[in-house]
Write a protein of this length. Sequence first.
Length: 215
Amino acid sequence: MDQDLLEEYIQTGNSIELNALLSTNPKLATIKTSHQVSPLMLCCYYKQPDLSEIILKHIDNITFFEAAALGKKDLVENALNENPDLVNDFSDDGFTPLGLASYFGNEDVARLLLLKGAEPNIPSKNGYHVYPIHSAVASNYDMIAKMLLEAGANVNVVQMSGATPLHSAAHNGNIDLLIVLLEAGAEVKALTDDGKTPADKASEKGFNEIAKILS
């Protein structure tokens, strides 16, 4: 099935076959995938920016949320000028535009959204309860995390597993983000649902010096 092939090519980064497939059947570029997101969003989640550009050649328009995920600042701004209520709306997979911009590292878009009134303390509406600060930290985007904290993001928010941003930073071994979070008041003794502290998360990944700092 062509849609299965499209998803396979996106997942494996096969730009040649993806382009050939869409050249034959361009409608596939607009059909929601089995992951319940568009092919364009699937490229974002699989960190395939080159494939995003291929898909863009085969579609006429992109959604506001796709623009936020791709870092298309002008499109995001135009959409907000037409409909300001979009700023805290939710994508098909339950994330706010600020959450998407934070996860995909689109600093200019995140800044614009905050200036337009995006609320940094709205979690995803998909069961995972992920906040923008979680997304920025999980993806190691230090500057976006700082921006969110300056805009009033709660440093100790908890996602579905009970993890705080500090848990994620410790798991990633990101000392710069750890410092930012600790200075903002991150709780070092916060526990995940399975009873792990940030220090435990660091130890599990072999970041022993970080674990000592957090103990």
